[in-house]
Design a protein around this ligand. Sequence first.
Ligand SMILES: [Cu+2]
Length: 411
Amino acid sequence: MRHIRAARLARWFAGVGLVAVAAFAALSAASYAGSDPSPPDAMAGMDMGTMKMQGSGYWQDVSGGGFRSDGVTRTYYISADQVVWDYAPRGLNEITGKPFDDVADTYVKNGPGRIGSRYVKCLYRGYTDATFGHIQKRPASESYLGLLGPVIRAQVGDTIRVVFRNTCSFPASVHPHGVFYAKNSEGAPYNDGTAGPDKADDAVPTGGRHTYVWHVPPRAGPGPDDGSSVMWMYHSHTDEVSDTYAGLMGPMEITRRGMARADGSPKDVDREVFALFSVMNENQSPYLDENVHRFAQPPFPDPDDEDFQESNLMHSINGYVFGNGPLITVHRGEHVRWYVMSMGTEVDLHTPHWHGNTVTVNGMRMDTVSLLPASMIVADMVPDDPGIWLFHCHVNDHIRAGMLTRYRVMA
Ligand SMILES: [Cu+2]
């Protein structure tokens, strides 16, 4: 607002041709021109909506360019570790409260030519330090995160360091969305004209390590219509498709400058929940052969058999089907921020739907949001309706296949 008034004054002064005041006007104009690429004339006819963007520092965030480090360096020790993952550890349909029916058994039942609900996977796991001797234990309240990697949090102005170790049987990387990275921290091999050390991040071999450094400039943080934090993700991008089906994905959030607690989470949010909706196609996992021979009973299936392929499409939320993940717990009246994301292919159009409560997304009221592969959405909720509620994908085919979970609102 202040800057727009200065611009109008500047044009008026220039118009009446008073040299002395024009010099003053030029100074006034210069005071915002440094953060605003548009000439003063572009302000003419500007509507209130655009002015609001000015007032909220939008231009500064977008055109400000360079990273100004006035924050802290946050180091995360993350290892790609091979694990046996169970999509249905409770062994029953927690949504119906009954044993799995025939439809559910398509995906979870182990037997002749069927892998069942357990698969070898490769997941990002947080460690306490560079020795990678101790896994960072997740508190019970975060156990619902399931197969997701550790939540990476930072504030605008910070620097993120990911010390990455790969113990899986294939080369892997850590590729971030949204933040600022140089070519030695992108984590993706392709014909980008780089060589030597700039390639070391692309494919960390089994037993190898690489440290990724990501800056957090304003353009990695909240935009004009965002709340106090935005969602990004990170995932392996050495062989993007099979790496992510192996499970190498994690959430990241960036908080507005001055709005973060010590751990990077926003001060105006009481509780954060992260959810990945993905049809994990285990047919394209690097472990398919191993999973068949380890978990399926003979006769071993033809990998091209359509029914076998269908049985390996795990319609999961954070790696759980049919509500088999730990209950997500929130409290009535608190500010809950949901960060929802999707990964996968053209079947991965998901519509997460909350029963019982509503959310706001970019200022609009909803109870269902729309995801496509690599979509990331922030949804704010102030629960007013206590109870145990469904939180599920609203795509019919995905409901049948188990893409449902529950959350509890404590009174
Ligand atoms: Cu879905």
